[in-house]
Design a protein around this ligand. Sequence first.
Ligand SMILES: O=C(O)CCC(=O)C(=O)O
Length: 266
Amino acid sequence: MNRIVLLILFILIILFISSTTFLYFKYKHCPCINKETYKNNSIKDNYDKYGFIILSNVFTKEEIDECRKEIQNYSDKNNTSIVNFLGRNILPKTSKLKDSSKLREALTKIFNGDDYRFCGHNDIGFNRIVNWHKDKLNAPYDKYEKLDVFNKKQNICKVAIYLQDHSNNNDALHIIPGSQYTRNIKTNNCKTLHPKIGDVVIFDQRLTHRGRSRFDIFKFGNNVPRILVSFGFGLNNEYTDQFELGTKERQETQLNAGTLNGITIK
Ligand SMILES: O=C(O)CCC(=O)C(=O)O
């Protein structure tokens, strides 16, 4: 009997060590972006080559503080997604971030001067856990994905506004530069972005990326809530139409359910 207990204990210890090692390497620290590599590129070149840009000083600290207050008054529950706040007119100050002229100038460059539009995708992550992925429609909403999202005509980006300073920590966005052109989700050569308060990150939504892992909570804590406001924009074409249809249904369904994979939807 004792031998069996010992054997079970031994197996449990081995399982614990191997899963912790696996998770450690999966979510290990990504080095920060080497600014020298990116600084001489134009917005469009940077976006096309690496799949992201960081726009500096788009908003003032006061504007961002107002939005933080507005969001925290609405909800301060950890691991929450506030979905479609725009469509529900619940956070007017935060909703206005979407219309910044500096942001729109950058989007005009990214979309090469062609017609683009806000495509319905909007949410706020409050101390939310988000593992490696690409922003595309997942089942059952992928029924709208009739056209291949890796076609050159697809051009949809996510605007990510971190409402706290990440210039000295690795708690913002982790990305794989250039991965917007590959279908797989390989996470070697990852980089961490360091947006300051008022900066805006814009990335191709097919870029492989992640937010906070469960491990990061131990490193960074929740004392200063990590708040991320996101908006989606796309070229005015049928690729954006299909994403918008699927996103609308996903946001409505998740909101009605109130929860998804442990994340509270509010
Ligand atoms: O939390 C983050 O920094 C990233 C969130 C994210 O990956 C997403 O909303 O698709």
